[in-house]
Design a protein around this ligand. Structure first.
Ligand code: GDP
Ligand code: MG
Length: 294
């Protein structure tokens, strides 16, 4: 008899390690038709991926992602946060090059949850040799008993399918819990952030897309129009100038193309405001972490 596997998976990690990129790349081809009905489930489903007879249900960590005002550390230390780790497996994502105290905070909470955890060390496409990740693996594996350690690049399709196969193997044996995947849709902020990022990638070159983070500040839903306010955070004044372009030309293209995509997606008129702001070394900045998603 074929054993089917299905379960809930939550991806956690400090900002900028690639969580959204991974989810987006997992979702890209799957979520093409969505309904606009908000689902009220016990768990906040972000994305469902069927692989053969198996099903992976990715869930949000609502305690973190919706509470943009609270400090990451404080927030993660709250016991209430632990209940949001309501998953069969946790994916703990970090980047090969920037382990710091924010990773430690996330790991502490993982330990407290007692849930089986897979460590993903992301962005290894930036390494000259794949083996260069070995010292990082050795450093982190001493900190916790992970059920699996996966060095990968969330940008590479091939590695994503390998990743999906590995996590499926760790899910409970049961038939798919959710039948109609088209009933579920990722939240609006996620869709908006990813579309903006896509058009940054398409319109500016060099390393800039990797040094930016996109944050939805506000969404105003009106009857016939959705108004979105988005901040693109960069590190330097030079990056800001490139992103804005001559007389705002680059930012305008990014904004227009994002708007067109979002209008198709939401089947609604979209009004989009984009700001480019500088935040030096924002990934280490506590103030910044207070204001962004995890
Ligand atoms: P999140 O804050 O954890 O959701 O991280 P994001 O998905 O927003 O990614 C942060 C930045 O890292 C973005 O600029 C991504 O394009 C970049 N990024 C994500 N995954 C990879 C990867 O595998 N390789 C490289 N080189 N960059 C990545
Ligand atoms: Mg994200």
């Amino acid at each position: 008899m074929m054993t089917k596997r299905c379960g809930y998976v939550t991806i956690v990690g400090k900002p900028n390690v690639g969580k959204s990129t991974l989810l987006n790349n997992i979702a890209q081809k799957k979520i093409s038709i969505v309904t606009h009905k908000a689902q009220t489930t016990r768990k906040n489903v972000k994305l469902i991926r069927n692989i053969g007879d198996n099903q992976i249900i990715f869930t949000d960590t609502p305690g973190v992602e919706t509470s943009v005002k609270s400090n990451l550390g404080k927030h993660l230390n709250k016991t209430s946060y632990m209940s949001t780790f309501d998953a069969d497996i946790i994916i703990f994502m970090t980047s090969y090059n920037k382990w710091n105290k924010n990773d430690e905070v996330v790991l502490k909470n993982i330990k407290e949850s007692g849930l089986p955890t897979i460590l993903v060390i992301n962005k290894i496409d930036r390494l000259k040799k794949r083996d260069d990740v070995l010292p990082v693996i050795n450093m982190i594996r001493k900190k916790h008993d992970f059920i699996e350690i996966i060095p990968m690049s969330a940008l590479r399709e091939q590695e994503i399918s390998k990743f999906l196969t590995i996590i499926t193997d760790h899910l409970p044996q049961q038939a798919p819990l959710i039948e109609n995947e088209s009933l579920y849709q990722p939240n609006d902020s996620f869709i908006i952030t990813e579309r903006v990022r896509e058009h940054i990638l398409k319109n500016v070159h060099q390393e800039i897309p990797y040094e930016t983070t996109v944050q939805v500040e506000k969404i105003e839903d009106e009857e016939t129009i959705k108004k979105v306010h988005v901040v693109i955070w960069v590190n330097t004044d030079g990056q800001k100038r490139i992103l804005i372009g001559k007389k705002g030309s680059v930012l305008k293209i990014i904004g227009t193309n994002t708007r067109l995509d979002l209008e198709k997606y939401f089947e609604k008129k979209i009004h989009i405001k984009l700001w480019v702001k500088i935040k030096n070394d924002w990934w280490n900045n506590e103030d910044f972490i207070e204001r962004t998603e995890v």
